[in-house]
Design a protein around this ligand. Structure first.
Ligand code: HEM
Length: 502
């Protein structure tokens, strides 16, 4: 289809006009920028292409990390005409996101993010919508037990379903991706909808699978190009697939919301959706106009939490298991600690403080897995002078979490799986400031405490029950740690054996 476009005379003239405008825009934006202060350094951009030829779109985070070694912790890259400021290294990322939290705290709503949610919900919104929806989500998640005992019970119950599912493979090699994602999804579903789903439920399976695919496609080279040249959209297969996924998940989410609405009882709030619907009805009764409690903010907030709460935790748990299979001596030490401290009873959150090695292994897995390598793009909310450089209001900012989690000034062996990063000489757990997989500042992950509880309980329960090994005939050395690059970094497709421990 794209080829047809280049052969039609009308389209060619249209393209000519667009190109002309783009060139003008490029020179204008650079010129006006330089007038106000020193621009952060960076590779010299080519007209129209910017630095697209100097970065590897298939491994963008590591490519930008390499550039930071040449241009320093604050540098400029042009994706076509789009100027992006990259922040690299623990000190710089922390200084920007925490010390200049307001300045660097807006979300960059790229064309694809805008297509997703049109500015509604939490992840891809700004201003008052974001403030109200984020505050509401945090309060409601906490009221429904995020980080508390009630959620612990739900996760423990889900551990049993997950273990049952793993047992069915009878020690034979299998791909655990979907099952783990279903388990993680059921925790956020219990809070959002007041219920868990059967792993075999086709609607649930399809919702989880669509989110999984969408996260992969959002980081694909063609969607990164779409963000630079949005008019390409209708010709891109990935874009069409993404739009369909979002629409399908929106329809399914609305169906669940409609069911909950039918049985809504203001006296008994069962879940997040109930609290939202009650708030919406109360505001309607009081005739308050312009409220943020509208249907679009409800469906998109729910979709944000469902997707963010499923894929990230599921993905990290898969990495943990791959690391365990790859480094059996480390798995031995976790299992030894679990047997010594907990024995065969169910692990509880309370136990974490007595399981320093296990805690260190979970932290190290999150550090090395680095699943959200560039956070989610930010944007400056006003003009700011940062480390002597002028950054204009509305400039896109990439806080490069890869450069924090692999910062050579912070970690003794940044590229090695080394739980000692989180242990002192006596073997006690130590926190490390540069441990920032959830990002930091105003936009810090709002599910952090839930995710931490899930990772701890799921991983310990699985390791109490199973020994994880590569499939027969595959050595530990052959287990591939090269990630699949999407919007997140996930383990490449693999199978593991979950062998029941005696
Ligand atoms: C291991 C699991 C997780 C990791 C590594 C993770 C990581 C992140 C990161 C890096 C961001 C972007 C922060 C930024 O823009 O600076 C983020 C945002 C977010 N996360 Fe998570 N997350 C995890 C689990 C969860 C869970 C379980 C939930 C749901 C309860 C969740 C909900 C969100 C939301 C709603 C945002 C957007 C915040 C905003 O824009 O204000 N995340 N997360």
């Amino acid at each position: 289809m794209l080829e047809d476009l280049f052969h039609s005379p009308t389209s060619l003239s249209l393209l000519g006009v667009i190109m002309g405008l783009l060139v003008l825009h490029f020179f204008y934006s650079n010129f006006s920028f330089q007038e106000k202060g020193t621009e952060p350094p960076g590779p010299k951009p080519l007209p129209l292409l910017g630095n697209l030829l100097q970065v590897d779109l298939k491994k963008l985070d590591s490519s930008l990390f390499d550039l930071s070694k040449k241009y320093g912790p604050v540098f400029t890259v042009y994706f076509g005409l789009k100027k992006v400021i990259v922040l690299a290294g623990y000190r710089t990322v922390k200084q920007a996101l925490v010390n200049h939290a307001e300045d660097f705290g807006d979300r960059e709503v790229t064309p694809i993010f805008y297509d997703f949610h049109k500015g509604h919900g939490i992840l891809f919104s700004n201003g008052n919508t974001w403030k109200e929806m984020r505050r509401f989500a945090l309060t409601t998640l906490r009221d429904f037990g995020m980080g508390k005992k009630i959620t612990e019970g739900k996760i423990i119950e889900e551990c049993h379903y997950l273990i049952e599912e793993f047992e069915q493979h009878d020690g034979k090699a299998f791909n655990n991706t979907q099952t783990i994602n279903y388990a993680a999804s059921n925790i956020i579903s219990a809070i959002m909808f007041g219920r868990r789903f059967e792993y075999k439920d086709p609607v649930f399976q399809a919702m989880v699978e669509r989110d999984h695919e969408s996260i992969r496609l959002t980081g694909s080279a063609s969607i990164l190009m779409y963000n630079v040249l949005p008019w390409l959209g209708p010709w891109l297969k990935n874009w069409k697939e993404l739009m369909k996924n979002v629409e399908d998940n929106k329809r399914e989410t609305n169906n669940i919301i409609a069911d909950l609405k039918e049985t809504l009882n203001p006296e008994m709030c069962r879940c997040f959706v109930d609290v939202f619907l009650n708030r919406q009805q109360n505001l309607e009764v009081s005739e308050i106009k312009d409220s943020h409690y509208n249907d679009e903010n409800l469906v998109y907030s729910v979709m944000n939490l469902f997707a963010a709460g499923t894929e990230t935790t599921g993905n990290t748990l898969q990495w943990c298991l791959v690391f365990m299979a790859k480094y059996p001596h480390i798995q031995d030490q976790v299992q030894e600690e679990l047997s010594r401290v907990v024995g065969s009873r169910q692990v509880q959150v309370e136990d974490r403080k007595n399981l320093p090695y296990t805690d260190a292994v979970i932290h190290e897995s999150q550090r090395l897995a680095n699943i959200v390598p560039m956070a989610i793009p930010h944007k400056t909310s006003r003009d700011v002078t940062f480390q002597g450089y002028f950054v204009k209001e509305g400039t896109t900012v990439f806080p490069l979490l890869t450069s924090v989690l692999y910062d050579e000034n912070e970690w003794e062996s940044p590229h090695t799986f080394n739980p000692s990063h989180f242990l002192d000489k006596e073997g006690k757990f130590i926190r490390r400031d540069a441990f920032m997989p959830f990002s930091a500042g105003r936009r810090v992950c709002l599910g952090e405490s839930l995710a931490r509880m899930e990772l701890f309980l799921f991983l310990t329960s699985l390791l109490q029950r199973f020994r994880f090994t590569p499939p027969p005939g595959v050595s530990e050395d052959e287990l591939d740690l090269t990630p699949v690059v999407g919007f997140t970094l996930s383990p490449s497709p693999h199978e593991l054996c979950a062998v029941c421990r005696k």
